[in-house]
Design a protein around this ligand. Structure first.
Ligand code: C2E
Ligand code: CA
Ligand code: CA
Length: 795
């Protein structure tokens, strides 16, 4: 049926139908016209014939009417016998009475008995009949009239025959037209058919190389050309598309990021393999994607999707994704709206696993603001927080307190128990400090063993005291490792906003000053910033500036205090002691500025100055010194100098440059200096000894006096501290200590120097205890070099 319909509806059928319809219409019109014309002509001919016959009969009937001869009239009428079409002839007289009648072919005569007289000829045709009425006139006198009635049967019969002939010829021509038309249409449709076949092949396989054959050069031929050109263009576009698609796929499959295409409902239509790796899902379960998004982030994800569609823009969203196959990950998704080939809204995008990045970022943030060891906020965080706290306190008219703490002897823990124990201690202290705080307070690690604490609202002064107490207690601990244990305590300095300082920097600085003061007081101490402290610190600052200036202006001097042989009382050695004579303040004691110089680093310059001066003395005035019996000079070293990188090398260079024998120098170091890092200290000592210098421990007896360490030190002598000498002989304890030190030194093969000898009695006693050398005001005060040389001159 459909085939039939298709054929019925085909162009072929349509064309054929049109041709046939036009043909039939043409022929039909021609036939109708022909029929009409032929009919008209025959009818006219017939009427003319009947009129002529009626006229002849009428003429012949005149005599019969004049002579009222009905017989002849009848005969006359009957003369028409044989004329098949004539049916009735009726002759009426002048008044309209029937005179005679005649009917042919044995038909019953149908003449009216009377009629109205007629003077004009008339012809009328009615329902298959023709009626001719003609007056009978003789010499202008109306004698009567004749009616002749004829049937048109013959006429109609002719017509029917003609129609049949026409119909037949129409039918024959139709068949001929069909055959010819069909052939014509078929022939002209061949190229179109070919076009159709090619199109069918291309429709099934767009990549087919098939092209339409050009059969003619007519319009269809041109259509074939354009069609083939179009196919070629399509083919090359297709190839480009396939190439682009292949490229995209390769790119996407090898991309280090997840790539996807999903529809409006969130159903995935394409995902690359990296996407599957990231999500742990594949095409079979990709549509359950959102159910793996962390519950808290799911809403956010939905909003982002809606926003992409509504606002037609790219959204970037980060969310947590939990798939048991891959664990908990942090993903970052870029979504861009696109229309697909059928105009549906879709999302195209990429997916990144940013878990490691986030962790790194988090770690980085932590590093930036937190101390990795104690997990406390670091200095930077604290500084920012302090700034905010000050702004808030200012607004609310509140006070805040800033504490700064520092462990006393932390270095000792590190050195004697190891850095791991030191770290553990810091963590412990950090936790304890944290435990002392209230809400709003902050503790942070400054670095090393220093902590800063900010108390938020300290209107009540008792709170400050109790906080200070709690902090001091938190800093006290006993650290044990193996058999060794070290007792630690801490110092605390405090300053208050806005009483003491108004800016974060000032507040930190003042708390630091107070801490410094607490340390100065011996540690395990709380010190509040005060005006006096400020003055003290300002004085210190002033002193520091003056010392700098003094170094620039070379206002320092070196004095020498001789040392004597206890037995012979002969000058044998000397100690170089620095002196500073200030224009305003007069002579400033080394006790006042050496410590400051150590803290500020100026000690390097001071130390260099003293050592260089001593070298000059030795190289230039060697003879005078020998004359005095001075075999060498002791030089005091501070910890910073001693631990300075390549100290021994620098010293060696100086000896060489000055041409001085290193054996002429003894370096004095203190126990506290070397106990901080024994191994390091021993290596420096050894390198100094290798140069040929002597080494002594100064102020011996005030520090550790540990035999076990002393044994390892490559030293040449001990100097008994002045504090043990000054009360000899009254203080028996001091005598015992001095004797013990002398015995200890001798047992280690070291010589002993007693310093601070002020009396003859002391000198004699020490000599009797076998102390080799004596130094003190009893013999000489420290003197300017000039004075010493003068003495040599006096010899
Ligand atoms: P020190 O090394 O113990 O030096 C001995 C100190 O005792 C000197 O004080 C000296 O003047 C003093 N003195 C000597 N005999 C007596 C005495 O019989 N009675 C009393 N009461 N004192 C006596 P000075 O010169 O004031 O030096 C103090 C400290 O300053 C020194 O103690 C030393 O530690 C340090 N110092 C001095 N000069 C230098 C130096 O050039 N470099 C370094 N690093 N420190 C130095
Ligand atoms: Ca000394
Ligand atoms: Ca000393």
């Amino acid at each position: 049926m459909s085939k039939l319909f298709r054929r019925w509806g085909s162009l072929h059928a349509k064309l054929l139908r049109t041709i046939l319809a036009s043909f039939v219409a043409g022929i039909a019109v021609a036939a109708v016209i022909l029929l009409f014309v032929v009919n008209n002509i025959t009818r006219t001919n017939m009427i003319d014939g009947l009129s002529v016959t009626a006229k002849i009969i009428a003429n012949r009937s005149a005599a019969s009417l004049i002579f009222i001869d009905q017989q002849s009239a009848k005969a006359n009428l009957a003369s028409t016998k044989g004329r098949q079409s004539i049916e009735h002839l009726c002759l009426y007289d002048a008044v309209g009475f029937l005179f005679a009648g005649f009917s042919t072919n044995n038909i019953e005569l149908l003449c009216e008995e009377t009629t109205t007289p007629v003077s004009d000829v008339s012809v009328s045709s009615l329902a298959g009949k023709i009626l001719v009425v003609i007056p009978v006139i003789e010499q202008s006198e109306l004698l009567g009239h004749l009616t002749l009635e004829a049937n048109t049967r013959n006429l109609e019969k002719d017509q029917r025959v003609l129609s049949a002939i026409l119909l037949l010829s129409l039918f024959v021509s139709l068949i001929v037209a069909y055959i010819l038309g069909s052939r014509l249409v078929k022939r002209s449709l061949v190229p179109l058919e070919a076009l159709y076949n090619t199109s069918s092949i291309i429709a099934k396989n767009t990549l087919s190389e098939e092209r339409a054959e050009k059969i003619s050069n007519d319009e269809v031929g041109r259509l074939v050309d354009v069609f083939n050109l179009m196919l070629n263009n399509l083919a090359s576009e297709n190839k480009a598309l396939i190439y682009s698609e292949t490229r995209f796929r390769t790119l996407s499959e090898n991309a280090p990021i997840g790539v996807f295409l999903k529809n409006e409902k969130g159903e995935y239509e394409y995902t690359n393999s990296r996407w599957s790796e990231i999500t742990g899902l594949d095409s079979s379960n990709s549509d359950s994607f959102t159910s793996f998004i962390d519950g808290e982030d799911r809403g956010k994800y939905k909003i982002a999707m809606d926003s992409v569609l509504e606002c037609v823009h790219t959204e970037v969203i980060e969310y947590r994704f939990q798939n048991p196959n891959i664990g908990s990950r942090m993903l970052m998704e870029y979504m861009t709206p696109v229309d697909d080939h059928v105009g549906r809204k879709c999302f195209i995008g990429s997916l990144l696993d940013v878990t490691e990045l986030k962790v790194a970022q988090f770690e980085l943030e932590k590093l930036a603001f937190y101390d990795p060891l104690t997990q406390l906020p670091n200095r930077r965080f604290f500084r920012d927080h302090l700034e905010l706290a000050i702004v808030r306190a200012q607004k609310e008219g509140k006070k805040i307190a800033m504490y700064m703490t520092d462990l006393d002897d932390f270095k000792k823990v590190n050195d004697s128990l190891g850095h791991d124990v030191g770290d553990e201690l810091l963590i412990k202290i950090a936790n304890r400090l944290r435990g002392t705080l209230f809400e709003g307070d902050v503790v942070s690690r400054m670095g090393g063993d220093e902590f800063m604490i900010l108390l938020d609202d300290v209107e009540d002064p008792t709170r400050l005291d109790s906080a200070s107490q709690r902090l001091i207690e938190a800093l006290q601990a006993t650290v044990t490792s193996g058999t060794q244990s070290v007792q630690v305590s801490g110092s605390v300095g405090m300053a208050i906003y806005p009483t003491d300082a108004c800016t974060p920097d000032e507040l930190i600085r003042f708390a630091d000053m107070a801490l410094y003061n607490a340390k100065e007081l011996g540690g395990n101490h709380v010190s509040y910033y005060s005006h006096e402290l400020d003055l003290k610190i300002k004085a210190r600052v002033r002193l520091e500036q003056k010392l700098r200036q003094a170094l620039i202006e070379e206002k320092l001097e070196v004095y020498i205090q001789p040392q004597y042989h206890a037995q012979t009382r002969k000058l044998i050695w000397g100690e170089a002691l620095v002196r500073w004579r200030d224009r305003e303040d007069g002579m400033i004691s080394p006790e006042m500025f050496i410590h400051l110089a150590e803290e500020t680093g100026l000690i390097y310059q001071v130390g260099d100055f003293v050592f260089d001066r001593v070298l000059v003395l030795l190289s230039e005035n060697g003879e005078q010194l020998s004359a005095l019996g001075m075999q060498g000079i002791a030089v005091n070293l501070s910890a910073k100098q001693f631990y300075a990188p390549k100290f021994a090398e620098v010293i060696a260079g100086k000896f060489k440059a000055a041409g001085v024998e290193p054996s002429l120098i003894e370096f004095e170091i203190t126990e506290s200096m070397v106990m901080d890092d024994i191994d390091d200290a021993i290596s420096v000592m050894e390198s100094l000894r290798r140069l040929g210098c002597r080494l002594s421990i100064d102020d011996f007896g005030t520090g550790y006096s540990s035999l076990s360490y002393l044994k390892r030190f490559p030293i040449t002598s001990l100097k008994i501290d002045r504090s043990f000498i000054k009360d000899i002989p009254e203080d028996k304890n001091d005598i015992e200590i001095s004797c013990a030190i002398i015995a200890l030194a001798h047992s280690l093969g070291l010589s002993v120097v007693a310093e601070g000898v002020e009396t003859d009695e002391q000198a004699n006693l020490l000599a009797s205890y076998d102390c080799e050398f004596l130094q003190g005001f009893y013999f000489d005060r420290p003197m300017p070099i000039s004075e010493l040389l003068e003495r040599a001159g006096k010899g």
